[in-house]
Design a protein around this ligand. Sequence first.
Ligand code: GMT
Length: 376
Amino acid sequence: MIIGIVCYPTYGGSGVVATELGKFLAKLGNKVHFITYSQPVRLDILEENIYYHEVNVEDYPLFQYQPYELALSSKMVDTVLNEGIEILHVHYAIPHAYAAYMAREILKEKGLYIPVITTLHGTDITLVGKNPSYKPAVTFSINHSDAVTSVSDSLKYETIKFFSVRKDIEVIPNFIDLDLYKGEKNCMKANLAPQGQKIITHISNFRKVKRIGDVVDIYYRIQKEVPARLVLLGEGPERQKAEEQARDLGILDQLIFLGKTNEIERVLCMSDVFLLPSEKESFGLAALEAMAAKVPVLSTNTGGLPEVNIDGVTGYTANVGDVQRLAEKGIAMLKDEKLHEKLKQSAYEQALMFDIKNIVPMYIDLYKRVLAEIRV
Ligand code: GMT
């Protein structure tokens, strides 16, 4: 198949999922064309069957806002015509599903019908999509996609609840390449925890929805009982506040900010606990990555998180804001080696269910079904 993938290229779950999906499809012999405004962070454009098409938006003084959707639709049209793309798979509804709808309509006039698959990822529905400025356009583009998928049951029901959706939504969960977590890793835990402290980790884009304040608060409570350090990966608007909070609590020197890095597996392999106390989380890919590295997760029970992190089995969950419960559970597992070991093992077993080899065939099957439908 020749597949066009549209996604956000930056750090963020949907871009990572789209990139890993495309890479895996390319390995299976499909030709995969990425269409986005800059090279996706995890994409190696020199890999066989991978192609990258950059969307350029001309700056024009008349426009207060540059019309990215227009440029994206035009790029999709050009790429379909020049590269023979058979199917467009867009990740994150805003504005990708809308732009893909336009591209499909333009191509129709040229006698081509290129089906559009939209994958809903989370905030495109739960936060941004619900905004009245976007809702009619999001509803329209969901209903006019040839197929719609969501990354969790929770997101599917949230979409049905808040949007007038006529389209069936198929749940295809996020996935992980477990091969990346196998074998010896050069962990170097002693560099970050020279006195044998436990390592507590958080990875995100440091937006408000991630409740970074709770990350620091949970860590603060844990380290009073168990010597530990807090390792934070990622960058975003809430980072500064987290630093200030840690300074006020007198623990700033115990925090390690690693910024944006692709060394996720190496950091996770030295971690003892992973924190994800988000306000909203349609799936929680970061939690799954931790579990693949045998790291138990302390998370909230919001959105799709309980579909990934099973309370009392792969870690623990709590209501949003219940930092006390998560800290207590963290202390208990770090003080009890046997319990910690059991949670680590179960976390890994749960991650196996989301292995890329089990999930990507679900997308391939969907592509085939959609293509077969339009060919009748
Ligand atoms: O919030 C993020 O981390 C970014 C966002 C995105 O779409 O880029 O992530 C969402 O999609 C991820 C991949 O499907 C999910 O794992 C995240 O749970 C989801 N984030 C939220 O729902 C807040």
